[in-house]
Design a protein around this ligand. Structure first.
Ligand code: G3I
Length: 447
């Protein structure tokens, strides 16, 4: 090859490389603009919605509406857009946002009944609807704390309106009720139980035995194994007897199974000092104290882990008629576990003739810790998951129904924010006690 050609070839290659290098220097990260809008119902006219384009982006983009009225696309005008829906029915409002040849879409259902546009897409008389009123065949529960029920205010207003089953978030666990040997402290539990009794609510006792809520004096018990077992029997007998006729059900043992493969029993102090059959012994102590109370085993990942679910059913089968029900905690995410995995948990409990408690339902909207706010899209995905879970629960036979408990009232009080160290919005009410889309997803699951 002639030198001149070689030089030309090299120059071309060099030019291409330098351009590509320039190209790398000019590389602009992909722009991610997600169409997003919110709407409110006009206070002046219940058949009018006020649309607010909340799309954010650092580059210029075009927005176009489809109001779902069958009259084509309309350019987005600056500010709030008002649209009137004269006929009852369901309309899908879409916002298309176009930039750099790409289009993203946000869509929301607008339902109109004879009274106008239905708040958050839930029709019916919003004034007297509530979760417990809509769930006619099982209790709707949540958690609370003694300081909250004694303080009154918006929290107790919502408890009274929406729920008919209460679980103490942490104050009816051994480390709180039995803080030192021979010395009980039932004051917090009594406050919650008294509030529930006064407001016609059931109480679900949580939890008599849990390795994560064991007082240090028990963890470091200095007596013999026989003395340990006697202490545990006295504790269960004293506690269950105290709340007999008030606490309808107890998680006798919580989270006894390891997460690993094979799911052996956790090597808790109870197992170490009472043997592998400590669970049966604790159920027997509780049964002896109250022949009428419902006795549950409670654990997590019962839907997402088939292995752990199988181990749980082995444990449950070994208890025979000592156990009345299973609590699947349901700490899940908007994108999993799947409906079929959740259904497998329900099917296994139903096939054994046991009560099913979806015991600690919360639905992470930010499992990947990449969200800084609850976007409309993610709120709708969370709504769909609440609807799915409630629909599965509501579809089990009446005899197997017990309660569906949401693990908290408003987002900002959820345990999982600290636990996962990231913002999240897992519950039915926002930090200002406003109903979220998730709340209406719960109701839709009952329809
Ligand atoms: O309210 C007190 C506060 O007054 C005090 O200053 C502070 C520091 O001592 O403690 C606060 O109480 C804490 C409470 O959460 C409220 O934040 C307790 O110490 C703490 O132990 C308690 O943690 C609870 C945890 O179980 C352990 O009991 C969480 O609220 C509760 O959501 C969590 O729930 C568990 C279920 O029982 C079982 N399934 C898993 C679930 C999540 O871990």
């Amino acid at each position: 090859m002639k030198i001149s050609k070689l030089i030309l070839l090299l120059f071309t290659a060099l030019l291409a490389f330098s351009c590509s290098e320039d190209k790398e220097e000019e590389f602009v990260p992909p722009v991610n603009i997600q169409a997003s809008f919110e709407y409110t119902i006009s206070e002046a006219d219940p058949f009018v919605i006020q649309l607010n384009n909340t799309t954010e982006g650092t580059v210029s983009f075009t927005s176009v509406w489809d109001f779902g009225l069958g009259n084509g696309l309309e350019d987005d005008m600056p500010g709030i857009e008002e649209v009137r829906y004269n006929e009852t029915g369901e309309y899908v409002v879409k916002l298309y946002v176009i930039y750099d040849g790409l289009t993203t879409i946000d869509s929301k259902m607008v339902k109109v009944d004879e009274n106008g546009i239905c708040p958050d897409g839930f029709c019916g008389n919003a004034d007297d609807s509530s979760l417990k009123a809509a769930a006619t065949t099982f209790s709707v529960g949540t958690i609370t704390r003694s300081g909250w029920v004694t303080a009154g205010g918006k929290h107790t207003d919502i408890l009274k309106k929406e729920f008919n089953n209460l679980t103490s978030e942490y104050e009816m666990k051994m480390n709180v009720m039995y803080p030192s040997e021979g010395s009980y402290n039932f004051s917090a539990g009594d406050a919650i139980v008294d509030f529930a009794m006064a407001n016609d609510m059931n109480v679900h006792g949580h939890a008599l035995i849990w390795h994560n809520a064991t007082p240090s004096w028990v963890q470091n018990f200095s007596g013999t194994n026989a003395e340990f077992e006697t202490m545990v029997e006295d504790y269960i007998t004293t506690t269950v007897t105290r709340y007999k006729g008030k606490v309808r059900s107890w998680d006798v043992v919580n989270e006894a199974l390891e997460d690993g493969s094979g799911n052996p029993l956790r090597n808790s102090v109870f197992r170490q000092k009472m043997g592998d059959d400590y669970i049966r012994k604790c159920f027997q102590f509780a049964r002896n104290a109250d022949p009428d109370v419902l006795l549950f085993y409670n654990d997590y990942n019962m839907a997402s882990s088939s292995g752990k679910r199988a181990a749980m059913f082995d444990l449950v089968d070994d208890l025979g008629d000592l156990i009345d029900g299973v609590g699947g905690q349901m700490h899940i995410s908007y994108d999993g576990p799947s409906a079929s995995q959740i259904q497998s948990l329900a099917d296994g409990v139903v096939s054994r003739g046991l009560k099913l408690h979806f015991a600690e339902l919360d639905i992470r909207a930010n499992p990947n810790k990449d969200q800084t706010s609850l976007t409309s899209q993610r709120a709708e995905e969370q709504r769909a998951k609440y609807k799915e879970v409630v629909k599965i629960y509501n579809s089990i036979p009446l005899d197997n129904k017990f309660a569906l408990t949401v693990w908290g009232v408003r987002d900002n009080e959820s345990w999982l924010i600290d636990f996962w160290g990231a913002q999240d919005w897992p519950l039915l009410f926002d930090k200002n006690y406003n109903k979220k889309s998730a709340y209406f997803g719960f109701l839709e699951g009952l329809q």
